[in-house]
Design a protein around this ligand. Structure first.
Ligand code: CTP
Length: 399
């Protein structure tokens, strides 16, 4: 396999040489990308000798001898040509850059252009490792599905003892092999239509009825599907999230608009996942003008909106249909009823409201309810991880 080994500027940078040697010995082709900081600790020549390949040291370097332009876009080519990105040692700085999408050198631009598996092996001072900022960045990166090889406990270069030492090379190599084994291309050729977020049903030009859905689960599904090789059509209600770059997105507001967008693209879909929290009712006669507080009429008359999932499940179909169930009680019972009532292949049941609610949360804990009566619990995990469990089942349903 072709692996990019990113080396950043920590005292453990020298250990990356042994790591490169072991990966080469396992039969991998290694392209080393060094940050400026890393060059303070170890020379590129060491890696060039160990890997037999040129070492990339700078965004605008003469890595491509023929033209400045081709070197300026080389990170895109490197991203496309490699199967896995490993960063070892990963400093607090590179974790922060990756977590927040900063791109000011070759490694950080490469990261943004890379959509394969990422393995990060951090190394830093123990106090830095336990700082809230680093903890939060690590959580973000884990949430994206990246593998983190935890630093070990021991004597640190700064003279203290604690967690922060770069993990042993064998452990990092094992994490790389594991990530390569799990590298999934099992959704290649699938077109996955995902609805996400809430809908908004207008009361008047300034007010609406909606719900607490943040869209995070639907967007995590879109990311996971893209990472596994699918084409993704994302029909999204109003949310404060940036959609994944390669998703084809249609923004909608109301349930009626969501229904139209779903049916307009249905002929392309091999899988439909109705993750959106559709408002069940809309005001019967939205006012064209703002309703004044002096208005005599204080009663809002509501009428039901179309049940998109039920319509999708009605009649023969040539796509897999997955619905969600948002419940505050009787999770399994209601989920089974929705599976039958809306004729889905699977229902993802999650608890909403109160502590541990799926709404507005970074993590989720779900129950996958299948037609054959099987129920599969998925323990609490970042939504991106839960998304992969959902696709594991969808892949099985398609077989
Ligand atoms: N759904 C839909 N259109 C609606 C309402 C719901 O497509 N008008 C879909 C949701 O996207 C979800 C599933 O139906 O996949 C279940 O949604 P949920 O809100 O849990 O249930 P409801 O069908 O609204 O039923 P209830 O309000 O009784 O829980």
């Amino acid at each position: 396999m072709r692996i990019v080994l990113g080396v950043t500027g920590g005292i453990a940078a020298y250990k990356a040489a042994e790591l490169a040697r072991q990966l080469v010995r396992n039969g991998h082709e290694i392209t080393v990308v060094m940050t400026k900081g890393a060059e303070e600790f170890i020379r590129p020549l060491t890696f060039a000798s160990l890997t037999g390949r040129k070492v990339i040291t700078d965004l605008f370097s003469s890595a491509s001898p023929d033209a400045t332009l081709s070197s300026a876009v080389e990170h895109i080519g490197v991203a496309r040509e490699h199967d896995l990105l490993l960063v070892a040692p990963a400093t607090a700085d590179v974790l922060a850059k990756f977590a927040h999408g900063l791109a000011d050198d070759f490694l950080s631009t490469l990261y943004l252009a890379f959509d394969g598996p990422v393995v990060l092996a951090p190394a830093m001072n123990d106090r830095m490792w336990s700082h809230a900022a680093v903890r939060e960045n690590v959580a973000v990166l884990r949430g994206r599905g990246h593998a983190l090889v935890e630093p070990g406990d021991g004597y640190l270069a700064c003279g203290t003892v604690g967690p922060g030492r770069l993990a042993e090379s064998e452990k990092i190599v094992a994490a790389v092999e594991d990530a390569l084994r799990k590298r999934r291309t099992d959704l290649v050729g699938q077109t996955i239509l995902i609805t996400a977020g809430p809908t908004r049903e207008p009361v008047d030009p300034v007010r609406y009825i909606s719900n607490r859905s943040s869209g995070k689960m639907g967007y995590a599904l879109a990311e996971a599907a893209l990472a596994r090789g699918a084409r993704v059509l994302l029909v999204s209600g109003p949310v404060n999230l940036q959609p994944p770059a390669r998703a084809e997105v249609e923004q909608v507001q109301t349930a009626a608009e969501m229904r139209d967008a779903v049916f307009a693209h249905l002929f392309e879909a091999t899988v439909v996942i109705k993750c959106a929290a559709v408002a069940d009712f809309r005001p019967a006669t939205p006012s064209a003008q703002k309703i004044k507080k002096t208005s005599a009429d204080r009663t809002l008359e509501l009428v039901p909106v179309p049940d998109i999932l039920a319509e999708l499940g009605d009649g023969p179909r040539n796509f897999i249909l997955v619905g969600f169930a948002a419940e505050t009680e009787n999770l399994l019972d209601y989920a089974r009823r929705k599976l039958e009532g809306k004729n889905c292949d699977m229902i993802v049941a999650n608890r909403v409201g109160g502590d541990g609610s799926a709404f507005e949360s970074e993590s989720n804990e779900v129950l996958l309810v299948l037609r054959n009566g099987e129920t599969i619990p998925v323990d609490r995990a970042p939504k991106r991880v839960v998304a992969d469990h959902i696709f594991d089942q969808i892949v099985k349903l398609g077989k």
